[in-house]
Design a protein around this ligand. Structure first.
Ligand code: ADP
Ligand code: MG
Length: 701
């Protein structure tokens, strides 16, 4: 139902000239396209995080070493590398009336240089000036232009986050093509607010960022970026407000819950619930029995025991004869949940189905049939749960685990599988308290504020990587005492293939010491192999699990007590916290070793310091914001941040609050978005793919 005007933006990138199948694949990776095909809009929303200023045009004498400059020069000399020293650079001397500069080229043939920089030619060369042996030089200028091409040099070149195989200039060229497809759209923001903020129009803002004329658009407070951030925030807040309004209008069903199933499960738990688990269970029961539709966030740090709360709530729904589903973000996690919950539920006489992308054939068909007929009450799965073809007889309650892994629209989609579905979303993402409501709209919140009793603090240490031998010795001793160990391998920037190479190498090395007690788990493995690796570790057949960050989310093996994180300096704070949270789950003492490559940069040092100092997820989140504010590269995806592409948690907190008020006022005045601004706002919702919110408007939610 998307307006046709937006079609060019949702076309695949391969529709742009210059994007063949290979490049399309790289873009899909860069832009994290879920369907495997990145679209024009995805690239437009991939904002450059800074720019290279090519406007500085000093004379050679004025050019400051260290600066990027554009020089107007004449080529005076070619100096090929001396014979027999092919590794030495080819040097080209260029001059203006104030002096000369040597341009250095490695691995370049005379023929190419003769063409690019013929003797006597006038050229514009742009790049970074350096001092070498007291003489000015420029190694591989970024740009070399003939005099008649001078006006093709952009004043400022945008710098994009990249992935292997995509160059900055190529991405900039394709982004320019993407900009040409921008339709002119009605203004959806309030005129007075735009004026007050000095915001440009939506399309102008995108042009300013992708085609910068100066460096101003890259300042944190730049109106162009803030405008786009506000658009994204308003779309989100509006979608949340619509969902909320819908929930109120279309009252939920009040469930008759007598507690017999939940009580039966409880009596089989090997532990007593913590006070905050009890409180959360009671909150949810109250929601389920009330005639209002529930939308509740269950927030609890890693290891605080969210899963059992979900199970008891699902049992309550089943008591009232309705179905309940739990959706997890990964296959591994879905299987683990199923393996844990099914026996507990069975003790109360209820069956739990499993439905993931990998379950196929007769088994899958049977599960789907039993869900449709209502024979099966509870089901655990991945996003396969809300795909077409899966229907419920009467879905009444949906739980979404690790919600930050899902987009807003996915959260909505599960809700549509039933009538007035009560929704519980669970997250360990430690979002600072002050921001929770802003990011999740007017949800009710339950917080698991304490860890289950008997947990011991995790002994966290940082060690330089060159002490790996000692670490291996220590692991050897621990294994003799029966320990189980996670060994997480480095994230190699933006290359999954390299990640896998690193993890396989470490696996092979540890096998030399510990033989077949060492298991391996990474994202590129086939699903069955992943299960087998996880299962072997869970059962204790393997004792060390060498893994990539696939184990970051949710994996629960209470017997594991040692977490080794290699190249800890490459991980963000939220990720380190999540990883460490995989241990310290049982009664045994646990430890976490952060192996880092020395020397540490300032931010990395501070990060490791925070992790060593505290296990409090909230504190870690707050420190994270501070550190990020102080200089982490913009534009990198933070595993701790909710799913925003344009808005930034640290810099746009004020806009979040404004968007929330704005959304409320909009819906008060125009609840169906049918006025002129309402019509324009529909474009906004489609642009940010809050389509589900529009479905709600039509009463189909
Ligand atoms: P998370 O909140 O990170 O999802 P889990 O639900 O995976 O945490 O629970 C972590 C571990 O703590 C599990 O092994 C679970 O069985 C256990 N657990 C949960 N609640 C309690 C409790 N009240 N007392 C003791 N152990 C508990
Ligand atoms: Mg969990």
């Amino acid at each position: 139902m998307r307006p046709n005007a937006l079609d060019p933006l949702f076309a695949p990138l391969s529709a742009l000239s210059g994007v063949g199948p290979r490049m399309a694949q790289l873009f899909a990776r860069l832009l994290d396209a879920p369907s495997g095909d990145a679209r024009v809009i995805d690239l437009l929303f991939h904002l450059p995080h800074s720019g290279i200023d090519r406007r500085a045009r000093p004379t050679i004498a004025q050019a400051e070493p260290g600066a990027v400059v554009t020089l107007d020069v004449t080529v005076t000399e070619h100096r090929p590398p001396p014979p027999g020293r092919s590794r030495a650079p080819f040097r080209v001397v260029v001059e203006d009336e104030t002096g000369d500069v040597t341009l250095a080229f490695f691995n370049m043939t005379q023929a190419r240089l003769d063409k690019m920089l013929p003797l006597g030619a006038k050229r514009l060369v742009s790049g970074k000036i350096e001092l070498w042996d007291g003489h000015r030089q420029m190694v591989h200028p970024d740009r070399i232009l003939a005099a008649d091409e001078a006006d093709t040099l952009p004043p400022v070149e945008p710098v994009y986050g990249l992935t292997e195989g995509l160059s900055a200039r190529y991405v900039a060229r394709i982004a320019a093509g993407a900009l040409e497809r921008l339709p002119s759209l009605p203004e959806w923001q309030d005129a007075a607010w735009i004026r007050a903020q000095g915001f440009p129009a939506f399309d102008a803002a995108l042009r300013t960022l992708h085609h910068p004329l100066d460096m101003a658009p890259f300042a944190p407070e730049a109106p162009a970026r803030r405008r786009l951030a506000y658009d994204e925030l308003l779309a989100t807040q509006l979608a949340l407000a619509l969902m909320r309004a819908q929930g109120r209008r279309r009252t939920g069903r009040s469930l008759a819950i007598d507690g017999h199933l939940a009580d039966a499960i409880r009596s089989h738990l090997p532990f007593a619930l913590t006070a905050s688990q009890e409180k959360a269970v009671a909150d949810i029961r109250a929601d389920l029995t009330s005639p209002h539709r529930m939308v509740r966030l269950l927030q609890g740090d890693v290891g605080s025991g969210k899963t059992v709360v979900a199970l008891l709530a699902m049992a309550s729904a089943a008591e009232a004869g309705r179905q309940a589903a739990l959706m997890a973000p990964t296959e591994i996690l879905a299987r683990q949940h199923h393996a844990r919950l099914a026996p507990l539920a069975a003790a109360a006489g209820i069956e739990v189905g499993l439905l993931t992308g990998r379950d196929k054939g007769a088994e899958r068909a049977k599960t789907i049939a039993r869900l449709a007929s209502g024979e099966m009450n509870l089901v655990v799965g991945t996003h396969a749960l809300f795909q077409e073809g899966v229907t419920f007889q009467d879905l009444g309650f949906a739980v979404i685990d690790e919600q930050h892994r899902f987009g807003v629209h996915q959260r909505f989609a599960l809700g549509r599988k039933g009538d007035a579905v009560d929704l519980l979303v669970m997250t360990a993402t430690p979002i600072p308290r002050s921001l929770v409501l802003s990011y999740f709209g007017d949800m009710d919140v339950s917080i698991l504020s304490e860890k289950p009793a008997g947990r011991k603090p995790i002994d966290t240490r940082a060690l330089p990587l060159d002490r790996l031998d000692e670490v291996v010795d220590g692991i050897g001793r621990a294994l003799k005492q029966g320990a189980r160990v996670y060994w997480v391998c480095p994230l190699v920037a933006e290359s999954e293939t390299l990640d896998v190479a690193a993890v396989e190498e470490r696996h092979a090395m540890l096998q030399q010491f510990f033989g077949d007690r060492v298991g391996l788990l990474h994202g590129k493995m086939a699903g069955r192999d992943k299960d087998a690796a996880m299962g072997a570790f869970q059962r204790g057949e393997t004792r060390i699990l060498v893994a990539t960050t696939v184990i970051e989310v949710g994996v629960d093996v209470p017997e594991a007590t040692i977490m080794v994180i290699e190249h800890a300096e490459r991980f963000g704070l939220a990720q380190l916290h999540q990883l460490r949270g995989r241990v310290g789950r049982g009664a045994e003492r646990s430890s976490c070793l952060l192996l880092y490559k020395a020397p540490l940069g300032e931010v990395a040092k501070a990060r490791l310091g925070v992790i060593r100092e505290t296990e409090d997820g909230f504190r870690i989140a707050e420190e994270d914001l501070k550190l990020r504010g102080e200089g982490e590269i913009l534009g990198t995806r933070q595993s701790g941040a909710p799913d925003f592409k344009l808005a930034r948690v640290d810099q746009d907190a004020d806009l979040v609050a404004a968007a929330r008020d704005d959304a409320r006022l909009i819906l008060e005045k125009d609840p169906k978005l049918t006025g002129p601004r309402g019509e324009a706002l529909r474009f906004l919702l489609y642009l940010f793919e809050r389509d589900e919110a529009i479905r709600l408007l039509r009463g189909a939610g």
